[in-house]
Ligand binder design. Sequence first.
Ligand code: COA
Ligand code: ZN
Length: 314
Amino acid sequence: MTEQIFITDVSPRDGLQNQAVAVSTDSKLRLIDKLVQAGVESVEATSFVSPSAVPQMADAAQLVPLAAARWPRLRTSVLVPNLKGLERAHAAGAREIAVVLCATETMNRKNVNMGLQQALDASEQTLVAAHELGIRTRAYVAVAFECPFEGITPLAEVLRLARRMHAAGAAEIVIADTIGAAAPAQVKERMNAIRDVVPLDRLAIHLHDTRGMGVANAWAALESGVRRFDASVGGIGGCPFAPGAAGNLATEDLVLMARQSGFSSGISLDGLLDAVAFAEEQLQRPLGGRSSAWLRRERAMRAPQMSADAANPA
Ligand code: COA
Ligand code: ZN
């Protein structure tokens, strides 16, 4: 029997937060619709952050109720940096939130204008308050491998923060390679250590593909027993406050690698290609993971009649 992996597609949040082109609420909903059509069961839809810090997410309060009404069974998480974000998310009807705690002092200051201790306090308070409201929680431990300002992040610090997020009740602890600096050896080493402080069924990994090691890193995490992954369709993504970060691990690359390795994600590659095509149209540039060119060719070869018709319209 094939083993399952569970993917949260973060393209509507991580993918769109950093785009130069303004994307309307309607287009965001249409992107989520493409993901749902592809079989995605969990998305990170938006963030309740300061609109002056991240203008692309200013429509969060409009988007969340529309998404909840349209896809009642879709897990729709939203990123919140503080209690004010949680209040806004709750008022909009959010049922799942993610707090974001960076593992270094400088990255917290750049991202949320708080020091590490203050960001840790804010994350714990937000998790506790969310539970009181019956809201499911995820907790990012960001820059968990390397920080663009402080270099290699000490593993002991990542373990300390992961333990704290687990103790504060986070249903999922997401270890994030925010700038895509890790290689498989580090992923294996760190995930093997972290699974001793966070149970594997609560542990997720969030990868970026800056150095072309996204898929290899996902494989290393799989070998460490991790089954929960963040990924972004078309590989769109990146943090506006972390210089040098390229896009996320592409959902289609992860789904393809998992499938060829005997894991099932429940997600259709053709459906993801449709989502990539839609995102390309919206962002007006070519997108797609490392496997996209091959996936597109393979799809065209499976449907020769259709592509012949398209190439030679009557
Ligand atoms: N949503 C919307 N507005 C918020 C907010 C939130 N979650 N938290 C604070 N604000 C507002 C305050 O009400 C205040 O508004 P006012 O000027 O009209 O009174 C203003 O923002 C400043 O508040 P303050 O608490 O001093 O915040 P700050 O300026 O120190 O910024 C954050 C802190 C966390 C709000 C801001 O850094 C932020 O939104 N960061 C987002 C980071 C992000 O999304 N990174 C990418 C994903 S990891
Ligand atoms: Zn990210």
